[in-house]
Design a binder for this molecule. Structure first.
Ligand code: FAQ
Length: 343
């Protein structure tokens, strides 16, 4: 079932220097047995753990997805972090600080989960800072006013939860377990955003207009967060077969729309899609076309804030060098003390 995972390119120096195209060797008997055990585990819905044998392609897929997810969490701190010093009250400021701090924590759980697959945090951060690694498209759009902060909580965290709940059942144990706590925290994030918007909607006409404007700007970008349509999603079929992805991009997008339309009604905002209507036959909402050209331009580095986000992230990393140095010096001192006491 997963035999394509044996097609790992041969990178031996002999082959490369001879300019030959690598040909995958047939699997040995031992490898076939390991593969069969892995397949059976995935098919039985058991967890794959760090020390278990796994196909190289499965490992690579997980590192790709988990590190992208971790990067999204820490870059996702930036658009909201901007608003901590401008929050309208002490209560809102305290909530926002807690939320942004949670996102940093999610990044840490996720980097730790990816490290169990043999990739170091430095490697992952280098890939992010050099622009090679991806992070969620949504964080390349600006948060222009306080209503945007509420909408990020309601819609961006709402979309993130919809995508992440099935990941709690993902086949890789450390990722699945990290997602349980992440989802609980995201749920608080979504509610605080919705509640902040409810308060604004009970305020002045100007405040209501701010909320509507923020919804108009974020709605389509949130739908794109779920990734390209299933037919254009190169990783979906394999990810689903390996039990990493449980629900497809399009199905999750549909679930999000179906759950969000009634929330928008309660809030008193309209969603900016003239084609959005209930389809009795499908028992789902139909929706208009998503601008995938804009999505890919953003994913490929040309969104409104890509450069600014990356520059801020790199600066924060460089400014924090002294903290990492101090932590390492402290750890070395502790280790020496323990060794001296044991001697
Ligand atoms: N943005 O074949 P697929 C959050 C890329 S966390 C950028 O469908 P796959 C919390 C994809 O990586 C939000 N790139 O790929 C928070 C691939 O590129 P590659 C992040 C995207 O992996 C809230 C290519 O397109 N959540 O918001 C996007 O099967 C508030 C082809 O796509 C996660 O990462 C996108 N939206 O499915 C924080 C969840 N979509 O690698 C702060 C875990 C697709 O070939 C404030 N990840 N691409 O170069 C996943 O579930 C999956 O990786 C998908 C993509 C669904 C994102």
């Amino acid at each position: 079932m997963y035999t394509q995972s044996f097609n790992v390119p041969d990178t031996s120096d002999d082959t490369k220097s001879a300019g030959l195209k690598a040909v995958a060797r047939p699997p040995t008997e031992a490898e076939t047995a390991l593969q069969a055990r892995f397949d059976a585990k995935v098919d039985a819905d058991e967890k794959v753990e760090p020390k278990d044998w796994m196909p190289e392609a499965y490992r690579k897929t997980l590192v790709r997805q988990i590190s992208q997810h971790a990067h999204s969490e820490i870059v996702g701190m930036l658009p909201e972090g901007n608003w901590i010093s401008r929050a309208p009250s002490l209560k809102r400021k305290a909530i926002l600080i807690a939320k942004v701090q949670d996102e940093g924590g999610h990044g840490l759980y996720l980097y730790s989960a990816a490290e169990t697959l043999g990739t170091s945090r430095d490697q992952m951060l280098d890939a992010l800072h050099s622009g090679k690694a991806k992070y969620s498209s949504i964080f390349n759009y600006p948060t222009l006013n306080w209503a945007d902060v509420g909408v990020v909580g309601w819609l961006v965290d709402g979309a993130a939860i919809m995508n992440q709940i099935p990941l709690c059942r993902c086949s890789y144990g450390p990722y699945a377990r990290a997602m349980i706590r992440v989802c609980k925290e995201e749920s608080f994030h979504q509610r605080q955003g919705y509640e902040a918007l409810l308060v604004m909607m009970r305020g002045t006409a100007e405040q209501r207009a701010m909320v509507q404007d923020a919804v108009n700007r974020f709605w389509w970008k949130c739908l794109a967060m779920f990734g390209p349509p299933d037919n254009d999603s190169p990783h979906s079929a394999q990810g689903m077969r390996w039990g990493i992805k449980r629900i497809s991009n399009d199905d999750l997008r549909q679930k999000f729309i179906d759950a969000t339309v009634p929330q928008a009604k309660v809030l008193g905002v309209t969603l900016p899609d003239p084609d959005l209507r209930w389809n009795e036959e499908r028992q789902h909402y139909d929706h208009g076309a998503i601008d995938w050209d804009e999505f890919w331009a953003t994913v490929n580095g040309n969104g409104p804030c890509n450069k600014e986000r990356l520059a801020t992230r790199v600066k924060a990393h460089n400014d924090g060098q002294w903290v990492r140095d101090a932590a390492m010096a402290h750890a070395r001192k502790q280790q020496q003390r323990t060794l001296q006491e044991a001697a």
